[in-house]
Design a protein around this ligand. Sequence first.
Ligand code: DQQ
Length: 713
Amino acid sequence: MTDPPEVVGFLHDGPRSAEQAAALEWLDGTSTAAEPVRFDALADAADRFDALWWHREAPLEAPSPLSAHAPAVERHLASGGGLLLTLRAMANVDALGIETVPPDAVGAETITDPTGVLWRRLHDGHPAVESFDDLRLRVCDRGAVGTAAYESVLPARGEVLASTVRGDHDVPHRMPVVGWDADPGSVLGVGAPLSFDRPAAEAVAATRDRLVAGCLAAVADDVPEPGRPRDAEEMAAMRRALDADDRPAYHFTAPANWLNDPNGLVRWNGRFHVFYQYNPAGPFHDTIHWGHASSEDLVRWRDEPVALSPSPDGPDRNGCWSGCAIDDDGTPTLLYTGGDGRRQLPCLATAADDALRRWEKHPDNPVIEAPPPDVDVLETEHWEAEFRDHCVWREAGRWQQIIGTGLVDRGGAALRYSSEDLREWRYEGPLLVGEWASDDTVWECPELLDLGDRRLLHVSNCEDVVYFLGDIRDGRFVVDRRGILDHGDFYAPQSLADGDRHVTFGWLPEARDLDAQWDAGWSGALSLPRVLSVGPDGDLRQRPAAEVRQLRTERLLDDATFELSAGERRRLDVAGRTLELDLEVGLRDAAAAELSVFESPDRAERTVLQYGRDGELVVDRTAASDDPRVAADTQRMAVPPYDEPLSLRCFLDRSVLEVYANGRHCLTSRIYPTRDDSVGVSLAADDGRATVRDLSVWRLGDGYPRSPPDGER
Ligand code: DQQ
């Protein structure tokens, strides 16, 4: 337990306000002595205190003389002292020389429901909250209180420790608690409504008091504030801190926090690189960076430092959204979407090292200043023009690019541009416009692949990933066939070119509510690498990359063939949540055959794959989990030809079930069994006989080291 400081210097900057007087009175009633210190006396007094506390609700009158006190604050921190900034005091971190990006949401917050901090699971061991068991700490229940928080930008030097809880709702994008490691001192900013002057229910006031006492003890102690991870060891520590039964073992996840689309997939100097949409501030979609991992074999990953961060003064200040990697004559180059307020525009960065860890942004970003003027691009609540995500290829001696958009009254579209140098772009017209009733929305993450005889264009239409097979004629995509790439929890895929093959990864979003994601501390996984090709019949083929076999650690069942009689259920002598099952199922005269996985011995928890005479494969999640916060529905896909045996490859990975049917159709589900004994597998036939052929089961190993490999510490 961290001890409270003996004496706190209570900073003030003029006559004491009622709020400051109430806070001082509270401090006087604790075991910590309080000594008021004026900012202009700090230079002589700073060394005397383990901790300084500046509690200020009102805005400072401009021009602020605060920066004159920054050297004294720096001296205090340099001597190992701590500093706590509460309420609106936190808004002054830049003037005090602590931070370059101040909070962007500062003002009076009107509190009507018990409101407070939503602590991050990743930092639940922080000394400020060690006396609490809960991540949700409500500290104020009424009044208009002056507060400060980060909302659409992140501090450049500090680490966000908590977001906001309001009544029963988590508000992750409002981030009022930040820690700064001012080695050897430390700073905590708590811009949450920690008011001592307003009445509050007893329990709320008690939480407020414990939290402030914890914060004062935390800044006074010698434990450094957590920072962003700098190397593989620190990222492995994050993984360890958030390891749990539902965390995939071999599907890629970020070390902690939020992951969505795979980006910038590229093989460079023999290594595969995957970048991904990443929020370092927690498991929610905001303040998007590019996370990075690399691999020699596509299945075992090494975490790399964050590759792209928003530039506080750049056109990507609110986020570095999705994009692709290009080999520009030996220079690895990224084209991505920068977000700035209501604008989103293409930005370019080039690699500054061969490990693709450091990137330099083009000084003239954005490289396209606005969507084409003669195109009626959709304006929505969030964006003045929906215009994002990039796919670049070389054709007809020029760079070609498509960007995703939505057109007013027409639907999703992929707009085509061309360029000599990746920096100056000319609009060439739409490659394809979704003139279908079901596609009346925005197309995100368009990607065009050359599959030999055919081209494949896929787009993510905010629900499904739709693919089109066809060709380009006169600059337009001519559709021959279309389909859905994956019928489950799968979105925004991207591919890397590796010799002749195209290897695709998709984002597997969580199928549980935001509170559950917050509690887990991580969100989102990537699919297995899939090889896309076109078969001799002109249809799409999807298969796991051959490297996936390298994950097999133990063969549990070897080519078993048997018949299931009507109503029979056969339990397999295998158990586990990280398995691969390969089999072929034939419906002799059965109406349906079933494969149950993640099954408890009493079958109360189970996920059922059912293959029926109607030629549909159904994943039934209605009994998949006892947790009410997770999806409990059915997902289905057609698996023609309807009258032949069905071949299945199923990958179970704790909260992922990734199914490949007939080497063509995919359905990936997120599933969250709660019981330790939900590890069984069984097969059954319904209303007749079914045949199971060549059933093999393997246990699969980890996709990333639990601790960093030797030599990388
Ligand atoms: N995700 C990105 C966008 C893209 C969307 C933002 C698709 O660039 O349109 O994180 O999931």
